[in-house]
Design a protein around this ligand. Structure first.
Ligand code: FES
Ligand code: FES
Length: 190
């Protein structure tokens, strides 16, 4: 334990050789580019509010939501379009915010999990998830709820099998799938 602490101190404490090496700029490192020169104005309409940002064109909508606007209800899972944790609505349609650039999302009505409830009243899908205990850790839950609400917007009745198929892009590492499907079926009936 003592040896471990000594090693950590060597690596982290200011004044040590390791810390000095960490802090020293690399001789060959290029100068940091001026941030402002790399950014463009981006206007996003989110949950009924207009947000004006200055972003690099490469910034994903997911990162703009979480890092710039602190709307952290939208989760980053895989960051590669494979888990559904980052699902939001764009003009009412389900969309993976990790696969979209923020600049591409201008002019669209973006809805995140923060915009689903009405004041203190949960959206019926949120209430159904609570009622059916459709989460464990809850990390996938915002994405599940956003995907499910987009799915039911056409008001077409769907069987449990059809719901499961439609929701197959939203993964849950806690395997709360039976409860998630039960919640969506309940919301559908409501
Ligand atoms: S974080 Fe976007 S699909 Fe996984
Ligand atoms: S509730 Fe934990 S990942 Fe779905």
């Amino acid at each position: 334990m003592t040896a471990l602490l000594a090693t950590v101190a060597l690596l982290l404490l200011p004044g040590t050789d390791a810390a000095a090496a960490e802090a020293a700029p690399a001789a060959t490192a290029p100068p940091a580019p001026a941030a402002a020169a790399d950014t463009v104005p981006v206007t996003l309409r989110i949950n009924g509010r207009t947000h004006r940002l200055q972003l690099e064109p490469r910034v994903a909508l997911l990162d703009a939501l979480r890092e710039n606007l602190h709307l952290t209800g939208t989760k980053k899972g895989c960051d590669h379009g494979q888990c559904g944790a980052c699902t939001v609505h764009l003009d009412g349609q389900s969309a993976l915010s990790c696969l979209r650039l923020a600049v591409m999302s201008q002019g669209q009505e973006i809805t995140t999990i923060e915009g689903l409830a009405t004041g203190e009243t949960l959206h019926p899908m949120q209430a159904a998830f609570v009622k059916h205990d459709a989460f464990q850790c809850g990390y996938c839950t915002p994405g599940q709820i956003m995907a499910a609400t987009a799915l039911l917007q056409d008001k077409q009745p769907r069987s449990a099998v059809e719901i499961r198929e439609a929701m197959s892009g939203n993964l849950c590492r806690c395997a709360a799938y039976p409860n998630i499907i039960a919640a969506i079926e309940d919301a559908q009936r409501a």
